[in-house]
Design a protein. Structure first.
Lengths: 236, 572
């Protein structure tokens, strides 16, 4: 079964936006699956449509045919495509379910770290666990608009908002989740590519929505350890 | 439904509202004639389309040339940008698509097509427009009050929309909700007439399946609207209370829930798509059958299909909320229902194509618009599959891919469908025939730039560009020259498209000044509106010569007849 699904994992638009997380290829592959299915349908429909327009142009002396579409022989032309659409819908649903389940429903157990992401008008606050690897301890590192994570580690994030709706979106990771005041929403990601990437707020949040830009720095183990060491707050 | 419907309005009801009302210009303000009310809706809708189009011009200019002053507007601040995109969406849906497609053509066509002298409740009809007119003034006022227009997106998600300390537009946001609420009331009033007129005022002999599809479509759309808008009206009142008297329906700090609004909004918002889609699809069916000289393929299947679409449309709303923090298990259910809705809509597209088969097609201007609707709407339809699949929506949600997708549905509906209907019924509405050559120039100069605007936006959405951000230079991944040149292409194409609308304006002025009158039935069509004068008189037909119906509206190219059309009212 897994071999069947791995067939659908494929990144193909990395020239537009890089591929930076463990599950990005699943989403990209799903998009490609849908693209191929609807692309074939779309091209076939447009081709037949334009073909009929050109073929059945009015000519002197020729009348239209009288077809009411009531008998089975004629109706076949819409019932068979209709059933095909249904079959392809099922395929898309199955592939989509699996992607959705892996990303949004199935939290990997024992993450390497938990971080907290807090949206407010109009900045992101990131709470890193610090050297001890635990949140809400004195060595937590708070940053604004700058998230530091280590490459190829599994993270849980706890998403919160202090005022209005925000949405935490990192296009290279293919991740997006709305932040809702009064709730904590947990999700996960595993970066697979080092570098500095954009974090966008994807839900309109007022005057400064357009400048609510943050960055995520994906670092290798050494750089990340150095950053943690350099930024750990002095003991009280 | 074999017996002819009982005729309630012919005869006596006609005199009640004949020529006793006010005269002169007041006649137009207080008229109960469905055709006058249709014109009122039409011209209000076109006026609002100009405002909505101007807004698109301003924010597209800002995106293409960030920070530069926009000619005719000036420098766009982030707050103004948000207000522009918010009100562009609100106006184009509630004050352009709905009044023009549903109200203007619904009012104009339903009595004429079912052979009635007017709506069943002409005074409710008048009240409907008057409420709509007030709502128009309220929404326009909301743009100019202190603090500016509402800037929380047309979806108005709380807490942003509910609290002026967050949205900074205390007056604009409240007026926005009041305006939208009044607009809903107007369409509730109008819908009563559409439904009852179809049920009670059909001409003798007109059975349920002899009614032109566009009438069915408008009536089903009205039913969808009336069934879905109630919860949102209640939600809108709660929102006003949150804004003005400090209740906390959507405020988590006082036990409310911001997600509640999203459910109420999208429970209405998704059927609303079909409320405007169905009339446009009906218009296209009328035009395609007329200009292909073909009987509609599988009339009853069309009716069952739109009813199925309507029912399904009530069970798909949460596909707008996949990543909004709802229980992730819910997304699976809504993925299934959303993809299922592709079946009836695909079937309608197959029916269009099957209707063209074996036809004798004339590519007149209305036919071009109608065919373009099918060709372009297909793009909007298939791109919806990406968004309905919850897994892919994680990436696409709130990107320009979504924006391009729904413009590929709404533009065919509200602009292409409207121009199809306007050019087709123009001779009936105004008694003159539009210039075909100018009409075709207008068509191509609208359709080609339209695709040039939104195809680059699909690519930008794939690249991860999110909506409602006034300046992408803050995001290094989006600030590259490649992406910026796509934004510039889209904006320049918009300028061409907006400019092309002057061709249509010129065509209308030229036609209005010409002396040549249109014949009663210039397209040789079958339905009843073509059997009366152009434009129809008050009461539509002479009271003694009300039409009687003998057959369905799509009897084109019937074998054994000399003419290739067979009007519904012609005895055997």
């Amino acid at each position: 079964m897994n071999r069947f699904f791995e067939f659908f994992e494929f990144s193909w638009f990395d020239s537009l936006v890089e591929v930076g997380s463990s599950y990005a290829a699943q989403i990209d592959g799903l998009i490609l699956t849908v693209l191929i299915i609807v692309g074939i349908w779309f091209l076939a429909a447009e081709y037949i449509f334009l073909h009929f327009i050109l073929k059945f142009r009015a000519k002197p002396g020729r009348r239209g045919e009288y077809i009411d579409g009531k008998n089975k022989r004629h109706k076949r032309w819409i019932t068979i495509p209709h059933l095909c659409v249904l079959a392809f819908d099922v395929l898309i649903i199955v592939v989509s379910f699996r992607v959705w389940y892996n990303i949004k429903m199935d939290l990997p157990e024992d993450p390497d770290a938990v971080i907290r992401v807090i949206g407010q008008q109009w900045a992101w606050t990131f709470q890193h666990p610090g050297a001890d690897g635990e949140l809400d301890t004195p060595d937590d590192i708070f940053t604004v608009d700058e998230l530091h994570v280590e490459n190829e580690k599994t993270y849980h994030f706890e998403l919160q908002s202090t005022d209005v709706l925000h949405s935490f979106s990192v296009p290279v990771w293919r991740i997006k989740q709305d932040a809702i005041p009064g709730r904590t929403i947990t999700g996960w990601f595993e970066p697979t590519r080092t570098g500095t990437y954009d974090v966008q707020c994807a839900e309109i949040c007022g005057f400064g929505h357009g400048v609510m830009a943050a960055h995520v720095m994906v670092e290798d183990a050494e750089t990340h350890a150095a950053w943690v060491a350099a930024n750990t707050p002095a003991a009280q | 439904m074999v017996e002819p419907a009982v005729d309630l309005t012919h005869g006596h009801a006609h005199d009640d509202h004949a020529d006793h009302g006010p005269q002169g210009w007041l006649k137009y303000l207080w008229s109960t004639d469905h055709k006058v009310i249709a014109m009122q809706y039409l011209f209000t809708g076109i006026f609002m389309a100009l405002i909505g189009g101007f807004m698109a011009y301003v924010f597209r200019m800002q995106l293409a040339f960030p920070g530069m002053p926009v000619p005719g507007f000036g420098i766009v601040s982030p707050g103004e940008y948000n207000a522009l995109v918010t009100n562009h969406g609100t106006i184009m849906i509630f004050w352009v698509a709905m009044p023009v497609l549903l109200a203007a053509f619904g009012n104009f066509l339903i009595p004429l097509m079912v052979g009635a002298d007017d709506m069943v409740f002409p005074k409710i009809n008048r009240l409907s427009f008057q409420v709509f007119f007030v709502s128009t003034i309220v929404i326009l006022a909301s743009l100019v009050v202190e603090g500016g227009g509402f800037a929380g997106a047309w979806t108005a998600y709380p807490p942003l929309s509910a609290d002026s300390t967050y949205n900074l537009t205390p007056l604009g946001s409240t007026l926005w909700v009041i305006g939208v609420g009044l607009e809903f009331v107007a369409f509730l009033l109008g819908g009563i007439n559409f439904i009852t007129t179809l049920m009670n005022s059909r001409a003798p002999g007109m059975r349920a399946f002899d009614v032109p599809i566009v009438v069915w479509m408008i009536v089903v759309a009205s039913i969808l609207f009336m069934l879905s808008v109630g919860p949102l009206l209640a939600g809108a009142i709660m929102l006003i209370f949150d804004q003005t008297i400090g209740t906390g329906f959507y405020n988590p700090a006082t036990g409310g829930d911001p997600i509640l609004w999203q459910h109420l909004f999208w429970f209405f918002g998704h059927p609303e798509v079909y409320v405007v889609l169905l009339p446009a699809m009906g218009v296209v069916i009328e035009i395609i059958t007329t200009f292909a000289r073909k009987k509609l393929f599988a009339y009853r299947t069309v009716i069952f299909t739109i009813v199925a679409t309507g029912v399904l449309s009530f069970f798909v709303w949460a596909h707008h909320q996949f990543i909004a923090g709802i229980d992730p298990r819910m997304a699976n259910i809504f993925t299934v229902t959303t993809l299922l809705i592709s079946v009836p809509i695909a079937e309608l597209c197959f029916i269009y194509i099957a209707t063209l088969y074996g036809g004798s097609i004339t590519l007149s201007t209305p036919m071009l618009w109608a065919l373009a609707f099918v060709a372009e709407f297909l793009i909007g339809g298939v791109t919806g599959i990406f968004l309905g699949a919850a897994g892919a929506d994680i990436y696409f949600h709130d990107t320009y891919f979504v924006l391009a997708h729904f413009h590929y549905t709404f533009f065919p509906i509200a602009i292409i469908g409207t121009f199809a209907a306007l050019t087709y019924w123009f001779p009936k509405m105004f008694g003159k025939l539009l210039d075909e050559r100018l009409g075709k120039w207008h068509f191509w100069l609208t359709i080609i730039p339209f695709n040039m605007i939104f195809i680059p936006l699909f690519v930008l959405g794939m690249g991860g560009q999110h909506r409602r951000i006034y300046n992408y230079t803050h995001f290094p991944e989006l600030a590259g020259d490649g992406f910026q040149s796509m934004r510039i292409i889209a904006t320049l194409s918009l300028l061409v498209m907006l400019g092309a609308q002057f061709i249509f304006l010129y065509n209308c002025i030229k036609t209005a000044r010409s002396k040549k009158k249109a014949p009663r039935n210039p397209w040789k069509a079958n339905s009843l509106e073509w059997t009366t004068e152009s434009p129809p008189p008050h009461g539509n037909w002479h009271p003694d010569r009300m039409p009687v119906v003998y057959r369905g509206p799509y009897e084109y190219s019937v074998p054994g007849r000399e003419d290739d059309y067979w009007p519904q009212n012609e005895p055997k």
